[in-house]
Design a protein around this ligand. Sequence first.
Ligand code: NOJ
Ligand code: CA
Length: 701
Amino acid sequence: MHTVLKSILRFFVSSALILTALTSFHAFAETPAQTTSPNGDIIVTVADENGRASYSISYKGETVLASSRLGLIFEDQHGFDRDLAIASVETSAKDETWEQPWGERRLVRDNHNEMLVTFASVAGPERRMNVRFRVFNDGVGFRYEIPKQRRLGKVNIIDELTEFAVDEQSTTWWIPTRGWNRYEYLYETSAASEVSNAHTPITFKTPEGVHLSVHEAALVDYSGMSLKQHRPGRFKADLSPWSDGVLVKTKTPFVTPWRTIQIAPDAVGLLNSDLILNLNEPNKLGDVSWVEPGKYVGIWWAMHIRDRSWGNDTIHGATTEETKRYIDFAAKYGFMGVLVEGWNIGWDGDWFNNGELFRFAETYPDFDIEAIGVYAREKGVRLIGHHETSGDVTNYENQLDEALDLYESVGVRAVKTGYVADGGLIERIDDNGIKKYEWHDGQFMVEHHLRVVTEAAKRKVAVNPHEPVKDTGLRRTYPNWVAREGARGQEYNAWGIPPNPPEHTTILPYTRMLSGPMDFTPGIFDLEPNKRLPLRKDMPRGDPVSRVQTTLAKQLALYVVLYSPIQMAADLPENYEKNLEAFQYIVDVPTDWEDSIALAGEVGDHVVFARKDRNTEDWYIGAITDEVARQLSVPLSFLDENRAYVAQVYRDGANADWDIRPYDMIIEERAVTSDTILELPLAPGGGAAVRFFPAAQNDGQ
Ligand code: NOJ
Ligand code: CA
């Protein structure tokens, strides 16, 4: 009896112990929580010291992000800033390959380890916050996932505490945020400690040479994140506020966009990363075979160099006759489309400030949209639509259905939208009829852009916004979101003071382009369209008068360097017809790729890309430099082994220089194989563009 009692007692005690152990496992998981990248180089550590959620990242044994805060603060409700403990940690792993309908590569590998960390409150009301981490070999993404819970339904986020604590001595490439010109600034190169507030992607090179890019992925139902430096090297999420000061209006359950940190041992490592796409949801549109990558020309540059006007005056650009001329040109050289700007009512007078005057389904009398649609189709070309809103978004949304219906009816498959606005703010009329001003990257515009994209998709129309919200990889989910502007493009070379300096396009690949395709509009052949500055040796270098500060060969190289599934040949048809030899490269270069490899480069100095055509065995190279001449030796090991290729090389001539002899260009053919090391001399502000095709293909031609 005595022994029986004892063993019963023992049973209860041990059960109680087991129970206690289980409970403590749930309430306080072992901390800090850790996970690594599949190759083990990256380690993410998540902690709850002093009740505060934080994370840190090391790369190859060195700290690249010191302990950085996590958390959210809500208006009038308890948030997730203190009294938190890690309650549980779940881990999983994935290694899958998925296919892009179009893109810089067809197959994308998604290989990551995942860690879902649940923070629970240890004081105050019961609350739970999940933070999901995905750790790839090329970086880290994490997002907040706030489940539905008691006393937390509708929430206004008034602060996001996320930090990114980098080495303050890192060299940093960045553009300022909250400026009237949105993303259209020249990049600054400075120590991290010199940065004020910056847009993402922002790129850091640590004193050890590790390259980091901080950005976000899948920006939906939330405000765009930029960064504010509040201690040297310590950057904090700075969400674009609504006009009433709230940062994000949402309700549980909700997830935030992914906060991303791409990590690479060198500059080109950032260019070969697919992390942003991997963190987006798969295609939600189903069959998207109607999304057509391709090249286009347009009634566009003529307005920027003031030969023509958008408005209905004596030099009106968008006439039926002029459009047919462009359609003929596009058809002759195998281009997919013709963009026409200034065809609809509203451009007369001060269109920058008169957004409410735009009529998106009413043409000027000299533009017969139906006849043009028919003419284009007969020629195998498509009209590309244009909607400039001048930032008056309510006026545009009120007409969105009829505007898109009209384009659908005339066979348009892509629309360029625009949001220029004096002061950079977007106008909307709220439900009470009151005018409000919103940021271009706040939650209101994040929602607006997605509305346009999904409405357009219903009509099999692709969208290319200018003055957009930044790209966060949503093209994976909505493959009709083909490109956007979102940086200083070619247009600045027509009227920008200063125009884009030679280094601009050597910074873009490592910053803006990490977010996704850009409608930069390369291919200017008349490099001095304003004719204000003769190409004279005695002019001071770097004079701020607007002109294109590149060599001709560099204009060709940009088609390969600056990826977009739609690429404009931006110059006037007559300028191309004056130099058909060079134009041949633009005719040949594809815009949809089987694969892309960044071969060499340094941020702000140079870059070399190789890309393989998706539809043939051809490869292409684009190489560009800043204002410094360079001799590049490019191993062609990406070519098929044991196959002979012909390389058609378009390169700077011996005396080329963007400033005084930009047209000095050599076009030559060479026999090459995968063993060849191709020598490419790049002039100051220069570049090289190469097409490779299998030699056999040339037989008998
Ligand atoms: C600015 C755009 O970037 C440019 O391409 C367009 O021509 C003008 N807005 C007018 O819509
Ligand atoms: Ca613009």
